[in-house]
Design a protein around this ligand. Sequence first.
Ligand code: ZN
Length: 133
Amino acid sequence: MHKIDHIAIAVNSLATSIPLFEKLLDTPCYRVEEVASEKVKTAFFQSGESKIELLEGMDPEGVISKFIHKKGEGIHHIAFAVMDIHEKIKELKEKGFEFINETPKKGADNKWIVFLHPKCTNGVLIELCQEIS
Ligand code: ZN
């Protein structure tokens, strides 16, 4: 993996959490974006080489709303930046890892993304992402 691209945190309200993280990280939120296909609203902050992504569910049936309902607010996934997402998927599958989706889809912040299945990574949801050039 190239580096940790971002750590994503599920929150009840971006309106509340954006000012909180701006205060904490001492940096302005640089991007707010809806990902309609995932029924989620995202907000990004730069922190050194990595980013913090806040996730607010837009639909009670969406994955983030369900996650918060079950576990409460908190860390939702860790994303690693990769140079060649297709190559990395192939490599990790050969090593026995399973994916939730094996075809990269368009995520927030101009990225192709895939998720590994948390059952093969000790319950941690891992995202791979590659910048769309
Ligand atoms: Zn992410």
